[in-house]
Design a protein around this ligand. Structure first.
Ligand code: ZN
Length: 414
């Protein structure tokens, strides 16, 4: 029988319930056995349990960064941010893409994982264009939920997008790795046939499917009229399909019409959504990952997160990549939301960077809250000398952003 550890701190934030003063979490073999008031959990602990006292801190579940592109980590600092438009950002990004050799991307994934671990993330949703064959099952956080990204406005099917060898390799990798799935890049860069085929595969295996949606106004214009920057982009890349008829719908309505929205569809960005778009998201049960600092850096707009949350959308936060953000620190992303979206209670923001992300990636059984049976990836966030207990969520985010936290327990330590 493995050693049990009882982590105790001045406070404990389970996320699914109210914070507990003098709280504790009993863990063994990387799994939470019990959590609650210290005296009660101590009484439940098996003999020879080691008590680890984190002192004047608050225990919380590790973070979930629901949208990253770790293979772009090597582009850190190489694109001037902020930009005035998506177009100007892409014009600087595209010439840099040839520098992203497989070695550079591979190193980016390793470096990116280290950055995520050093910012308190236990799980990430990582968009990848390759490298999933090298996926190893490291014991340290963060766990990578890899979404292989599909492109191909001028291709008809999943097989066309990946090629016969690519499809076979992907399917073989997916058989042994349940944390591997598919993402489509966007409605303006992927055909309807690929969208349907990819979602069909994900649905059959109960895996999350993801897509960037309504990130910028150019996308909205393209789906309405077939014109604008997205069309120019496709033409310049030799991917335009002559005679293509625009759906004359918003991205959300278009995707609903294709039948690819359900509770295992994760929509990313959603910066240009109408109320009826949000109603589509709600009635299909999709989750949404917001990346507000990336949106601000690309000058694409501000997502109406307040409305989404008011309507009950399952929401997560992501940092996006270091090509569009200054760091991969989800505490910093949460702090940005608290500072710039005053209508959203900090408690809800804290939930977005933990449980919301876990739901978005279909990993709510293991991550996102301190509950019996879940992963024992815990953070101990140091508390300031004086604080108001009603403001604990905001204090956690502020202290986290300042780096005032430690890993309380990693799976490997027990
Ligand atoms: Zn992205």
């Amino acid at each position: 029988m493995k050693q049990a550890f009882l982590h105790r701190a001045a406070w404990m934030a389970p996320i699914t319930g109210q914070p507990v003063e003098n709280g504790a979490v009993l863990v063994r073999n990387g799994v939470i056995l019990a959590a609650g008031p210290y005296e009660r959990v101590k009484a439940e602990s098996p003999p020879l349990t080691t008590v680890v006292d984190h002192g004047y801190a608050i225990l919380m579940p590790a973070l979930v960064n629901a949208h990253t592109h770790l293979e772009l980590t090597g582009l850190a600092g190489r694109i001037h941010l902020p930009r005035e438009s998506f177009r100007s950002w892409l014009e600087e990004l595209l010439p840099l893409r040839p520098t992203l050799t497989p070695e550079v991307q591979s190193r980016g994934v390793v470096d990116g994982r280290a950055l995520l671990a050093s910012s308190g993330a236990a799980l990430c949703g990582d968009i990848a264009n390759g490298l999933y064959f090298e996926e190893s099952h490291e014991e340290d956080p963060p766990e990578r939920f890899v979404l292989h990204e599909l492109l191909g406005f001028d291709r008809d099917s999943l097989g066309d997008a990946l090629g016969p060898d690519g499809l076979e390799a992907f399917l073989a990798a997916a058989r042994s790795n349940p944390s591997l799935s598919l993402a489509a890049h966007a409605c303006y860069s992927v055909s309807a046939g690929i969208l349907r085929g990819a979602k069909e595969w994900c649905r059959a295996g109960k895996r999350v499917f993801s897509i960037h949606v309504a990130e910028h106004a150019d996308e909205i214009e393209f789906l309405q009229s077939g014109n604008g920057f997205c069309r120019e982009l496709l033409e310049s890349l030799g991917r335009w399909v002559p005679g293509w008829a625009p759906p004359r719908a918003t991205p959300a309505a278009y995707l609903e019409g294709l039948g690819v929205l359900d509770r295992r569809t994760l929509l990313v960005h959603a910066a240009h959504m109408s109320r009826s778009d949000w109603e589509i998201v709600v009635r299909n049960g999709c989750s949404v990952c917001f990346c507000p600092r990336s949106n601000a850096n690309l000058g694409v707009g501000r997502p109406h997160m307040e409305l989404a949350l008011e309507l009950g959308v399952t929401a997560a936060l992501g940092t996006d990549s270091l090509a569009s953000n200054s760091d991969l620190d989800l505490f910093a992303e949460a702090s940005y939301v608290i500072d710039n979206f005053s209508g959203i209670p900090p408690k809800q923001v804290l939930s977005m960077i933990t449980l919301g992300g876990a739901w978005a990636l279909g990993k709510q059984q293991s991550f996102g809250s301190i509950e019996k049976g879940k992963s024992a990836s815990l953070l101990a966030v140091t508390l300031p000398e004086r604080f108001n207990a009603n403001e604990l969520s905001e204090i956690i985010v502020n202290q986290g952003k300042k780096g005032e936290w430690q890993w309380a327990d990693r799976c490997r330590s027990v």
